[in-house]
Design a protein around this ligand. Structure first.
Ligand SMILES: [Zn+2]
Length: 105
């Protein structure tokens, strides 16, 4: 009985240790697309041949992402997803702990 609580408490501690720094979390996902400038004679945008300019990186909340910030934004998005996942897991452990403690009363 006591072992169950000890085990759950240890799992919870491990989950908490894996929690990313909440200061880095960012919601959304990163999308990329090519853009056309419509300038006459632009070889990047030439009809049928040119691929356009880019890729440009766009956060799904519609904030343009400068190329030099792409890696940081990706890392922040991973932190957000990781934090959400861990919060769910910690919540599940706490539920089990609650059930276990109720059982032991
Ligand atoms: Zn162009």
């Amino acid at each position: 009985m006591k072992d169950v609580i000890t085990g759950l408490t240890a799992s919870r501690k491990q989950l908490v240790q894996r929690m990313p720094n909440p200061a880095t979390i960012l919601p959304g996902s990163l999308l990329s697309r090519m853009v056309r400038c419509n300038k006459p004679g632009c070889q990047h945008c030439e009809k049928g041949k040119g691929k356009g300019h880019g890729p440009i990186w766009i956060l799904s909340v519609s904030v343009p992402v400068p190329r030099e910030l792409k890696k940081e934004v990706e890392s922040n998005l991973r932190a957000f997803a990781q934090a959400q996942k861990l919060l769910k897991q910690i919540g599940a452990v706490n539920l089990e702990l609650l059930r276990e403690r109720k059982r032991q009363r």
